[in-house]
Write a protein that binds this ligand. Structure first.
Ligand SMILES: Nc1ncnc2c1ncn2[C@@H]1O[C@H](COP(=O)(O)OP(=O)(O)OP(=O)(O)O)[C@@H](O)[C@H]1O
Ligand SMILES: [Mg+2]
Length: 620
């Protein structure tokens, strides 16, 4: 199998890497299309509001001119005031509408993107989750999404507002006096250049802030989820300190970011004030010379005031867009991640024979992502349908890896694993997983009722079916002894189960699935050996005719298996029935004797585990 099978790199440098982050804008186009009417309606309302705002200085100009010419009467002034009030009311009402329409759009977009991120993340494979922490993914759905929302909401509003108001104000000013307008806007290009220079720094610093936020989220999550361990090791103060240190870095990064637009805003303000100064000086002279009226000058200054906001907005919008696009690029990176498994499963029409449970492994080798040595190598193994196969081997010998590959958690090369004669890479993932009941080595239970946990894969199972599975896993009696029986809540806000109880619940869950193949990866390590043996026997009886692959680090419980394989350093070093191996394989026979004699010895279990772990015994 080739190394480098997996795509590496962060969300931001994913397959979208190299190109400008703006390519990620394509992600938003469908939403703009879908809500085109809402967005257009909102923008139109916004422009009407802006127009109303632009008309008010004209009314003031008329009033001032009338006053100057002496044609003003109280009735006329009252009429002007009336107009202004009407426009002000109109502005107020329409502002409500554009906010509703445009900010509502950004919220809808945010919610659609969040759903997309969530459901896409669920499709990704293990190699992805090995590269990415939960904190990083969570930061995408919080901080990053909210910067996209801000950019498409307030950012868009401020952008359109600034462009329209800016251009219209310049238009009105030019109508009053073109030369004065040129003088007034002369300082503006400085602002544009300045914003441009700062924006790339803004981009980088913001990226750092987001990364630090992701790291903090992940730290908080992992601390809370392992709180019991942390308490047991008295690590609370240390974890608090570390969190505190991360928080300080976050603040520092944020301050460095603020420092940038801490200069952006004052500079916008300065440019605005310089313009005002120029207008007062040159415009005042033009008024004295009689080129423009006093009303014109007042209106001109009002327009300049209207322009201050767009000028300030340029910096702000640049920042919002920078943040938005940085975040969007990260989101895009995640959405471009593809499960290497789904791609390879070219949905072929499965023959009716599929689902018998026959497995063939040919020359299978596998490297974990970024690992230099194979974790299993050159495995060849035929497992006829209905066979009970045991796998034993030292810790780290590759048992779990082999199970992971059979359950298709990681991609394998073509021609290495066949189910019922079909290459697994040609079987749709859902069909393949639908044929396997898998009990992982580390049990995962939900904080819910016992019934919910057992029927996870078959929510429609009847009470009888559920109880039968629990009986076969030898957990029924213990469940019935609990106060609420199968309705007992377990986990964070319920009953705590022992390690062995958790394992048997997980086995009951898999048994209930009733699939042609069941794989139990060391699923009974937490019960004593005799109980393990009894349960495996019970399971084998319950599963007669199904292909049963049971991994154990103890040998005796697998004695009933039709075939046992011994793994060592990622390879199969011996195989046969219990009897064959006892005769032929020194390693197996030694382990067996030590483990069985230890049953009568109080310290025995530890001793046998030591042999399995010591690496001194050798297979023949
Ligand atoms: N996700 C992973 N990424 C990289 N290496 C891994 C990963 N999981 C396991 N390995 C490595 O692969 C080898 C085989 O591990 P595996 O978990 O298959 O052993 P095992 O036989 O199941 O051991 P145990 O009896 O302790 O469960 C080990 O060397 C281990 O370090
Ligand atoms: Mg294992």
């Amino acid at each position: 199998m080739k190394r480098g099978f997996f795509s590496h790199g962060g969300f931001d440098e994913g397959q979208a890497g190299g190109a400008s982050p703006w390519v990620s804008f394509a992600l938003l186009i469908p939403y703009f299309k879908r809500y085109a009417m809402r967005v257009l309606g909102g923008l139109l309302t916004l422009i009407v509001v802006d127009t109303c705002q632009l008309i008010i200085p004209r009314i003031i100009k008329w009033a001032v001119d009338d006053l100057q010419k002496g044609t003003a009467t109280p009735a006329l002034l009252a009429r002007y005031a009336g107009y202004i009030i009407i426009f002000a009311i109109l502005i107020g009402v329409l502002r409500y509408f554009w906010r509703e329409l445009l900010l509502g759009f950004s919220r809808l977009l945010e919610s659609h993107l969040r759903d997309r991120i969530f459901s896409h993340t669920l499709t990704l494979d293990r190699s992805f989750f090995q590269r990415k922490t939960t904190g990083e993914i969570m930061a995408l759905t919080t901080n990053d999404l909210s910067s996209v929302q801000l950019a498409t909401g307030m950012g868009l509003v401020a952008f359109v507002d600034a462009c329209f108001m800016g251009l219209a104000a310049v238009g009105f000013m030019a109508y009053i006096n073109p030369t004065l307008t040129l003088i007034a806007i002369a300082p503006m290009p400085f602002l544009a250049v300045f914003t441009r220079i700062l924006s790339s720094r803004l981009h980088n610093r913001f990226k750092k802030v987001q990364e630090q936020f992701a790291a903090m989220t992940e730290f908080a999550r992992s601390t809370l989820s392992s709180i019991r361990l942390i308490k047991a090791y008295n690590q609370e103060p240390r974890q608090s300190e570390r969190f505190d240190a991360m928080g300080r870095t976050y603040v520092k990064d944020n301050l460095r970011l603020s420092a940038i637009y801490g200069t952006l805003f004052p500079i916008s303000g300065l440019v605005g004030n310089v313009s005002m100064l120029l207008v007062l000086y040159f415009g005042g002279r033009l008024t004295i010379q009689g080129v423009i009226t006093a009303g014109d000058l007042v209106a001109f200054i009002s327009y300049l005031f209207l322009m201050t906001w767009p000028m300030m907005a340029i910096g702000w919008v640049a920042d919002l867009f920078q943040r938005g696009i940085t975040s969007l690029h990260r989101i895009d990176g995640l959405l471009r991640e593809r499960s290497s498994l789904v791609n390879s499963a070219v949905g072929e029409d499965l023959p009716a024979s599929f689902g018998k449970g026959q497995i063939l492994i040919k020359d299978l080798s596998f490297y974990y992502p970024s690992q230099q040595t194979p974790s299993v190598s050159r495995i060849r193994l035929g497992i006829p349908a209905g066979r009970f196969l045991g796998i034993v081997g030292r810790t780290g010998s590759g048992k779990t890896t082999l199970c992971h590959l059979l359950a298709r958690f990681y991609p394998v090369e073509d021609g290495t694993i066949f189910f019922d004669g079909i290459d697994v890479n040609r079987i749709p993932l859902a069909s393949l997983r639908g044929a396997i009941a898998y009990v992982p080595q580390e049990v995962i239970l939900f904080s819910d009722t016992i019934a919910f946990n057992i029927t996870l894969g078959r929510p429609d199972a009847s009470q009888e079916e559920m109880e039968a599975a629990a009986r076969a896993a030898a957990i029924h009696e213990e469940i019935m002894a609990m106060n609420d029986g199968y309705q007992t809540r377990i986990g964070e806000r319920g009953v705590k189960l022992s390690g062995g109880q958790r394992q048997r619940l997980a086995i009951a869950r898999a048994l209930l699935l009733d699939r042609p193949v069941i794989i139990i990866d060391d699923g009974l390590s937490a019960v004593d050996m005799e109980t393990e043996h009894a349960i495996i026997r019970s399971i084998a009886g319950y599963l007669r005719g199904r292909t049963c692959i049971i991994v154990s680090h103890r040998v005796a419980p697998l004695a009933d298996a039709q075939e046992i394989v011994v793994m060592e350093g990622g390879s199969i070093v011996a195989r046969g029935s219990h009897k064959d191996l006892m005769d032929k394989n020194a390693f197996y026979a030694t382990i067996y004797r030590q483990q069985t004699s230890s049953v009568h010895d109080t310290h025995g279990a530890d001793a046998s585990d030591q042999v399995m772990n010591s690496g001194t015994a050798h297979a023949s």
